[in-house]
Ligand binder design. Structure first.
Ligand SMILES: O=C(O)C(=O)C[C@]1(C(=O)O)C=C[C@@H](O)C=C1
Length: 385
């Protein structure tokens, strides 16, 4: 094949890709039209029966065109997720017109190319308005900036599929004067990044934030006796690797590229599916529409007596509220006392949640609502392929 033939084929591919983008943008605009109908008629945003019917039809049609079911299903699940999340964000904007203004000042850990920045872009891409980003060097600084009004929103990583809960953030939520107003999940693809021409065998030191160190522990054990230096953020780890010969940092390929570091090894995480969930915090709580899946997060301290946690949890069962997370953390200054973080699959405005919170007071020393927000962990409909 000559170069000209290759160029002609690439030209055709480029044209098809552009056409696909035009169609995707058109589909999204039509989906925005549907949300107006759903607002006016008080219908749930998600229609799983419609999604299933759509996927089955598309998979069948795809087969007739020689496209396999797995491929068609994956492509359209992504399109549907985008459509649902956009519709939900529009609904929320409609319900809280003042909360999302023309510009959002958002603060997160680190800077360019960090996972926090990628998650921030993902979350705010669905919310119209200009984004002003403020990098911070600690979680305390993030909530501090939201509390004192220097930022409208803060983004905090709360859990990861490899390393579990991020305790520092749970502890911060005990006293920070902020409300959880959103969540976003982002896939984390850890790479070992070093200056050009550095070989794995030459490394003597690795820089990273404690979270990537924990999430890549198996890979790091396999490297033997290298020095590990923990950094405040991935951004500072990258800077250190840039300035120290025979060293590397752990971060995303994009973060490395931004500062001139190259990937010398990828897929470092213990689990191949490595995702982090971030919460979005603001000074004031938001209202969440009953037309979308919602989470309510609480913090509670049970009484110091036998069975009090079980009694507290029974309250949720009696009110048929699904509990999706339960985390315990020690109370600073009170050794052996624990507080519990609870995520409920429910809306604070629901009567059963109001009643449950009232009853919970009998079984706890205190309960505080941390926030009620749109749940972005969508469960894809399952299709027989
Ligand atoms: O058909 C609808 O009700 C839509 O809102 C559109 C759409 C889609 O993008 O195809 C989006 C969300 C629903 O869960 C189902 C389908």
């Amino acid at each position: 094949m000559t170069n000209d033939v290759l160029n002609a084929l690439r030209h055709d591919i480029n044209e098809i890709d552009s056409d696909l983008l035009v169609l995707l943008a058109k589909r999204r605009r039509i989906s925005h039209g549907v949300v107006e109908y759903k607002i006016a008629n008080n219908k749930p945003i998600r229609d799983e029966a419609r999604e299933l019917a759509l996927l089955e039809k598309l998979i069948g049609y795809g087969k007739s065109l020689g496209l396999d079911a797995y491929y068609v299903n994956n492509v359209f699940q992504t399109i549907l997720e985008d459509s649902v999340l956009h519709q939900q964000a529009m609904l929320q904007k409609n319900l809280n017109p003042d909360a999302l203004s023309e510009t959002h000042r958002v603060t997160y850990l680190g800077g360019q190319g960090t996972y926090s920045q990628l998650a921030c872009h993902k979350y705010f891409s669905r919310r119209p308005g200009k984004l002003i980003e403020i990098g911070c060097s600690s979680f305390d600084e993030i909530t501090g900036k939201v509390e004192n009004g220097q930022a409208d929103f803060g983004l905090l990583p709360i859990e990861n599929t490899s390393s579990g809960s991020i305790n520092e953030v749970f502890d911060l939520l005990q006293h920070a004067q902020v409300s959880i107003v959103g969540e976003v999940t982002h896939s984390v693809e850890h790479c070992l990044l070093a200056t050009p021409d550095t070989e794995l065998s030459q490394l003597t030191k690795i820089y990273a934030h404690p979270q990537p160190f924990a999430q890549c522990s198996r890979f790091l054990q396999g490297l033997g006796d290298l020095q590990h230096e923990t950094c405040d953020s991935t951004s500072s780890a990258l800077q250190s690797a840039l300035n120290t010969p025979n060293s590397a940092a752990i971060g995303s390929a994009q973060a490395g590229k931004n500062v001139g570091l190259e990937v010398i090894k990828s897929n470092l995480a213990n689990q191949s599916e490595n995702h982090s969930r971030f919460i979005v915090v603001a000074r004031k709580p938001l209202q969440v529409s009953k037309q979308i899946p919602t989470k309510t997060s609480l913090i509670m301290a049970t009484k110091q007596q036998a069975g009090s946690l079980a009694d507290a949890l029974m309250v949720f069962k009696q009110h048929q509220i699904n509990l999706v997370k339960l985390e315990s953390r020690p109370v600073p200054g009170n050794p052996w006392e624990e507080v519990f973080y609870v995520d409920l699959e429910a809306n604070l405005a629901d009567n059963q949640v109001k009643h449950a919170l009232e009853e919970l007071k009998e079984h706890t020393q205190y309960v505080r609502v941390l926030g009620c927000y749109q749940s972005e962990s969508l469960q894809a409909v399952s299709v027989n392929t």
